[in-house]
Design a protein around this ligand. Structure first.
Ligand SMILES: Nc1ncnc2c1ncn2[C@@H]1O[C@H](COP(=O)(O)OP(=O)(O)OP(=O)(O)O)[C@@H](O)[C@H]1O
Length: 704
């Protein structure tokens, strides 16, 4: 038999199995749909036992039907032939036949781990591992690894030459793809790391850290659904662009119980996308900001009343600015939260006025309680209290930093003069340009410092209320559904996640670690990053301290990934040379794929930059099938996007070097790399990130 007929023969054999799986799937799906309907019919029988039965039936049937639909595409992707003679198929979902025999094993199940873990050196009972590629329901290719030739039965065929490389070479869509069929051993170990404690995954560019983090979320949800779907999994990435890029992976793994956020969107109501320059980010991210904010959170409100004058029974009662400040400070001892102790402030005012009224010997003074009631009824007095101690939103207090005088008084002795000047400059544009990503962590800190204003008591949620007006929840299934809906719409400031995944962790500042820590107090963690790619130029000691505090004393499990699956070897060589300039001994991953195409490096006069960028972008759009990213220095993003309006296409993105973090494109045009390099102390590292985004083609265009 020739290689080609041998391959066709094997494909046909796998197709038979795959057909059987889909036929069974259709049967299960219609069973599930029928069970759902029957469940509802059972309700009419009306006895309690029938209702419980119906509940379970409807709930499981609906969930199952949903899973079957979501995972249909390319359901079966692997096969193991074991020494024992047994054959296992591995897929996105477990499917059993009519006699309960496993037709497909879920990739997350322990029995499937050999599919990812077995190697020729350590075959773990696997003789042949087969990857099955399909398009829809049709098997299109097979790639085999013979792991234990001595145990191979006569006639066992081995075909193909590398599913991984074939997959890697395929063009990308805008979103990240799931790698479930080709997870590599070292990645699998990190994915299946214990569910408790902190799992730390590091590795150079393109080693699959993000892919691992997302598959780990899916794995955790599978291994302990109650715990992780109940509490929820929070996945945090650096930017909105990045979160959009990875968002498609989790649902495609069948998991929707995860909440995705960027560091700029973690505080409800805010969606910051703007980055600060590195030296400003270093100030805003420093733990010293906590002390600056503490002072702000205790300060008098701008434009608040600076004295109180009140006529009471013909006598003037008066509190001066100094007296008002003293009352505020007494009512707000260190550690007290301003929004929560308003009442104490008001009591301070009543007491001071009462003492004064007594001192003045006002005729016919009523009891203290009546005196307070008298005052409380007066609109002018109520207006005073509201203006003097308003309920403050963190956004108001952060806004005070835009006033250089206030900023100076809060930061004196904490930040250096130069830092205060730089920060004042940066905050001058706050009213027009809005928050930056780094500001969001400061808002969160202020929120923690000031507390929530006491809210009017909400009416308790009626557990039997399904939706407006529909109160009849009689089934377990409906309650489950209602509970799940509630879980997805967790309260806005939900902070009790069961697991927190932090991607691009090298860029999380100390203040951002505090923000994350508040959301993961009861969580286990997966922290994924590459220190060589950091843009952080602040104090490294502070960073380690804040991170350790957020992660607590939980046991740590560390993994390092060593193969770069993204870049062609030619492209990674250029990126590697750049990082070697500052870290000659840094262990770098090995890029496994060679395209034979060298990156193009152009230098053009500044005036020619727009044309050169346009030409290079058009050329890459023609050369690659998938996405093209144009990466620019931060201040140039909009200008460069303006040059490219005629080329606008869904597969073309223009992003800053900071937004490019974690991203991947088939072709990359890097504009003005020299400016990125010179931008800050972290410039070389940011350039390293930008140079390692492309899978196939890279063109850099510098200006002299
Ligand atoms: N086992 C694998 N099979 C197929 N593709 C893979 C595998 N591992 C990683 N990849 C692909 O390699 C690319 C890089 O992966 P990913 O973005 O997760 O890397 P990373 O380590 O997070 O990179 P960076 O640090 O540069 O942001 C992605 O396209 C991913 O799908």
């Amino acid at each position: 038999m020739t290689d080609a007929t041998s391959l066709q023969h094997e494909i046909a054999a796998e197709q038979r199995h795959v057909d059987r799986v889909y036929a069974r799937l259709d049967q299960l799906r219609s069973d599930a749909a029928r069970a759902e309907k029957d469940g509802y019919r059972l309700a009419r029988v009306g006895n309690f036992g029938a209702l419980v039965e119906r509940d379970a039936m409807v709930f499981h049937a609906a969930r199952r039907r949903h899973a079957l639909d979501a995972e249909r595409e390319g359901l079966v992707f692997g096969r193991l032939d074991l020494r024992t003679g047994a054959v296992l198929h591995v897929g996105r979902l477990g499917v059993r036949g009519e006699q309960s025999e496993p037709l497909v094993i879920d990739w997350r199940a322990p029995a499937a781990s050999a599919f990812y873990q077995a190697t020729a050196a350590e075959p773990r009972g696997v003789v042949r591992r087969r990857m099955i590629q399909s398009s829809g329901e049709r098997v299109t290719g097979i790639e085999d690894d013979l792991l234990d030739p001595d145990a191979a039965p006569p006639g066992m065929r081995v075909v193909g030459d590398g599913a991984l490389l074939a997959t890697l070479a395929r063009a990308k869509t805008r979103g990240m793809r799931d790698i479930v069929a080709t997870i590599q051993r070292e990645q699998d170990e990190a994915i299946r790391s214990p569910a408790t404690g902190v799992t730390i995954v590091s590795g150079g560019p393109g080693t699959g850290k993000t892919a691992v983090a997302l598959h780990r979320a899916a794995y955790l949800l599978y291994s302990d659904r109650n715990r992780f779907a109940g509490g929820g999994i929070l996945v945090v990435g650096p930017s909105g662009v990045f979160v959009e890029y990875i968002a498609s992976v989790l649902p495609s793994l069948g998991e929707e119980a995860a909440t995705l956020h960027s560091l700029g969107s973690l505080v409800p109501g805010f969606e910051a996308t703007r980055s600060d320059r590195a030296e400003i980010a270093a100030i805003k991210g420093s733990l010293r900001m906590r002390r600056v904010l503490e002072r702000a959170a205790r300060d008098a409100v701008p434009d608040g009343p600076d004295e109180l004058r009140l006529l009471y029974r013909g006598q003037l009662l008066r509190l001066t600015a100094a007296e008002l400040d003293a009352i505020r400070e007494r009512a707000l001892p260190r550690g007290a939260r301003r929004n929560e102790v308003r009442r104490a402030g008001f009591d301070g005012i009543f007491n001071a006025l009462w003492d004064q009224a007594n001192r003045l010997g006002i005729a016919g003074l009523p009891t203290k309680v009546e005196f307070e009631d008298d005052l409380a009824e007066r609109p002018d007095f109520r207006d005073f209290l509201r203006a003097w101690w308003p309920r403050l939103h963190p956004r108001h207090v952060l806004g005070w930093l835009a006033d250089p005088q206030r900023l100076r008084s809060y930061a004196r002795g904490i930040l250096s003069h130069a830092e205060i000047r730089a920060l004042a400059d940066a905050y001058r544009s706050l009213p027009e340009r809005g928050l930056t990503i780094a500001d969001v962590a400061l808002l969160d800190e202020l929120d923690a410092l000031m507390g929530r204003p006491p809210q009017p008591q909400r009416r308790k949620r009626d557990p039997y209320l399904v939706r407006d007006g529909i109160r009849e929840v009689t089934t377990y299934a409906e309650r489950q559904r209602a509970a799940r809906a509630a879980a997805v719409q967790r309260p806005e400031d939900y902070r009790e996640y069961a697991h927190v995944v932090v991607d691009e962790a090298q860029d999380v500042s100390p203040m951002q670690w505090r923000m994350l820590g508040r959301r993961g107090r009861f969580a286990s963690w997966t922290v994924v990053g590459d220190p060589a790619q950091t843009a952080w130029t602040g104090n490294p000691g502070e960073l380690a301290q804040a991170r350790d505090k957020a992660l607590g004393r939980r046991p740590r499990h560390e993994y390092t990934l060593t193969t770069n699956y993204r870049n062609s070897a030619e492209i990674f060589a250029v990126a590697a040379a750049v990082i070697r300039e500052i870290q000659p001994d840094l262990p770098l991953p090995t890029a496994v794929r060679s395209t034979g195409v060298e990156p193009v490096a152009l230098t053009v006069p500044a005036a020619a930059l727009p044309d050169a960028t346009r030409d290079a972008t058009a050329a890459l759009l023609a050369e690659v099938e998938g996405t093209v990213g144009v990466i620019t220095p931060v201040p140039r993003r909009d200008e460069v996007a303006g040059w490219l309006t005629e080329l606008a296409a869904p597969r073309l993105s223009v992003v800053t070097s900071l937004q490019a973090k974690g991203m991947e494109y088939d072709g990359v045009v890097l504009v003005a790399p020299g400016e990125i390099r010179a931008d800050s102390e972290a410039g070389v590292r940011t350039l390293y990130v930008a140079l390692s985004r492309a899978t196939q083609r890279l063109t850099t265009i510098d200006v002299p």
